[in-house]
Each structure stands twice: as C-alpha cells, then as structure tokens.
Design a protein around this ligand. Structure first.
Ligand code: GDD
Length: 337
C-alpha cells in the first residue's frame, strides 16, 4: 500500500485527509511541530499505539522553516505522495507577520520541493494553493484567471503556486497546486469567520456570551464543506497528468448571510448580538471569491455536494452540541465531522 507524507496534519484539512488516506489503506506520516501544549486535538481520534500491529499513522516532528529536517524525513520515509498543507493560514494575521508567513508559506514550499527533487523525485506532490491568490480579480475565477493578491498570505501562496508549477515544468515532477476556495467544517479553526460565528451562536444560546464582534460583513465567499475538498486533493494526485485545479461550489454568499442563517438556526436574531469592530478589518480586503470548478468536474469527476444552507446548519448544530455537552473543541465532532 502507498505511503503518504502530510505537512499540516494537525489542521482541519490535514485531519480529514489523514482519515481519508488511512481508510484507503495508506501508511500516513504527519509532520507536527513541537509545542509544550497539545496541538493534535483534531487527530486524537486517529491516534494509534506504535505497538499496534497495524500502526499506520506516524507523527514526526519538524517544521517548514527547517530544510535539513524536511530533507532527512523525506529520505527516510520515501513517500509515494506528499501533501503540503502546512501554513500560516490566517489572512489577517499575515499583515502582522508578513516575514514569517513568507518563510513558512513561500520558502517552506521551496525547501520541500528541493528535497523531493533530490531524494524522491518520483513522489507525487500536492501544494495547498488558495483562492486568496485571485485577490481583486473579478469573479467568477478559474485556473486561467489572472492573480492579483491582496495580502502577504496570498502573495506567499502565489510564490508557492508558481514554484510548484516550475518544478513540474523544469524537472518533470508530478507537482500540482490545488486552488481551493474557502472550505469549512466543525473542525475549522475558531478565528476564521464561519467558525467564529457558529461558536458564538452556541455560546450566546447558552447565555455564556452576548455580543459577537466582526469586521467586514459585506465580504462574499464561496464556502464549501472541507471533507469533500480533501477528496479532491487526493484525486488530483491520482490523475494521469499533473494539472492545477480549482475546487469550489460556484455559489457565493456574504458574511452577513452566513451570520443571519447561523443565528436563525439557533432561534436567535443576529442583529441583537453582532457589533462591528474595525480591528477585524483588513488593510486590503478581497471582496468576492466565487470559483468555477468545471475543470475538476470534467477531469476528476469532482463536484461540491454540500450547499451553503446545509453547511451553516451542520456547523451550528455541531457547536450547539459541543456547548451543551461540555466537550472539548473537537471531541464532540470526532470521527463523524
Ligand atoms: N477571520 C475573520 N474574522 N474574518 C472576518 C471577520 C472576523 O471577525 N469579520 C468579517 N470577516 C471577513 C474577512 O474580512 C473575509 O473577507 C471573510 O470574512 C472570510 O475571512 P476568513 O474566514 O478569515 O477567511 P479568508 O477568506 O480570509 O481565508 C480563508 O480562505 C482562504 C481560501 O480562500 C483561509 O482559510 C485561507 O487560509 C484560505 O487560503
């Protein structure tokens, strides 16, 4: 059975991808960063004892800023597939930390690609690109849309996107960049707007909170359901020819609409609880992201299934459940979500 190496395995996508690959029989190596607090809550339900006969989830320490370590790991593991999901993934935070964001999200990819080229050039490489790269380019956006990034995060991702393509063209490597539009779930980090809203709805419903402070309610996004998107990543690496693909639902909604629906799901009036705080505004904003995933549908038979309303409802329901049962952030949503 194949072996995969996932950077960013502790994130939302990393945890869903690890589940998918383990269910397909892969051995999965996941890169984690050393921290004095646990950072593996999203994969704790997948944890295996190293003494298990079927020990297939293997966590290894390392960091995208440490090229020597990445090189040594790839030389040892010799993976068949590599999924680079590690990133400083928060757009607003990237304005405050542009240098480290570039180090991890841009140069980190070069470190990895160089190591792949040297020690396992036949491995298939997936780079987590982002719809943020389109920036101010008019919607709808597809693989041929010009990219006009609007944040240090998006600029770092665009460097990585071009680097991935360059390794494909220069060295004939199977290296692809997935241009994924926003994808959410109950495992979404709590500072991204969807989860920030659904967690607040649950806390307000329980009487533990009254106000929710947000930034730009007019921003519009194409929000899909994350488990479907990791399936798309895997399909990109199974294709006969390496190509970059957009994954998106094609449907667009504002932050305001997300909040309205989320509060209504819990029987609350959003206008009584939401206040605008300029601290959450970005110096340069991306107003509209709406993807056209026709190429993925044609080549990979991939299509987003979960629609906006279902997505909002399932996220609110998961947070209401977690709030009511007093569980940890991800425990209540364990294997199912
Ligand atoms: N985070 C946040 N917090 N965003 C807010 C808030 C708030 O309080 N209020 C309004 N927003 C708006 C942001 O200005 C943005 O326009 C929109 O909500 C979505 O913000 P995020 O959920 O933080 O996601 P993002 O679109 O900036 O970036 C996400 O999607 C990208 C793919 O397009 C991240 O997951 C990126 O890593 C990913 O590449």
């Amino acid at each position: 059975m194949p072996t995969a190496f996932i950077t960013g395995i502790t994130g939302q996508d990393g945890s869903y991808l690890a589940e998918l690959l383990l269910s397909k029989g892969y051995t999965v190596y996941g890169l984690i960063r050393r921290s004095s607090t646990f950072n593996t809550a999203r994969i704790s339900h997948l944890y295996q004892d190293p003494h298990d006969a079927d020990y297939r989830l293997r966590l290894v320490y390392g960091d995208m800023t440490d090229g020597a370590r990445l090189h040594a790991l790839l030389a040892e593991i010799k993976p068949d597939e590599i999924y680079n999901l590690a990133a400083q993934a928060h757009v607003k935070v990237s304005f405050e930390t542009p240098e480290s964001t570039g180090d991890i999200d841009a140069l980190g990819v070069t470190r990895l690609l160089e190591s792949v080229r040297e020690v396992c050039p036949k491995a298939r490489f997936y780079q987590a690109g982002s719809s943020e790269m389109f920036g101010s380019s008019p919607a709808p956006q597809n693989e041929d849309t010009p990219m006009l990034p609007r944040s240090p995060y998006a600029i770092a991702k665009l460097y990585a996107h071009h680097m991935t393509r360059n390794y494909r063209e220069a060295y004939g490597m199977y290296a692809v960049s997935g241009i994924l539009f926003n994808h959410e779930s109950p495992r979404r980090g709590a500072t991204f707007v969807t989860r920030k809203i659904t967690r607040a709805v649950a806390a307000i419903k329980a009487g533990a909170q009254d106000k929710l402070y947000l930034g730009n309610l007019d921003a519009r996004r194409d929000w899909g359901f994350a488990p479907e998107y990791v399936e798309g990543m895997w399909r990109m690496l199974q294709a006969a020819t390496p190509r970059d693909y957009v994954l998106a639902t094609g449907e667009v909604h504002s932050v305001r609409e997300f909040a309205q629906r989320a509060f209504a799901r819990a029987g609350l009036d959003w206008q009584k609880h939401i206040e605008i705080d300029p601290r959450y505004l970005r110096p340069t904003e991306v107003d509209v992201l709406q993807g056209d995933a026709a190429r993925a549908e044609h080549d990979l038979d991939w299509k987003a299934a979960t629609r906006f309303e279902q997505l909002v409802d399932l996220m609110v329901d998961a947070d209401l459940h977690a709030q009511q049962h007093g569980r940890g952030e991800f425990e209540a949503v364990g294997r199912h979500f």
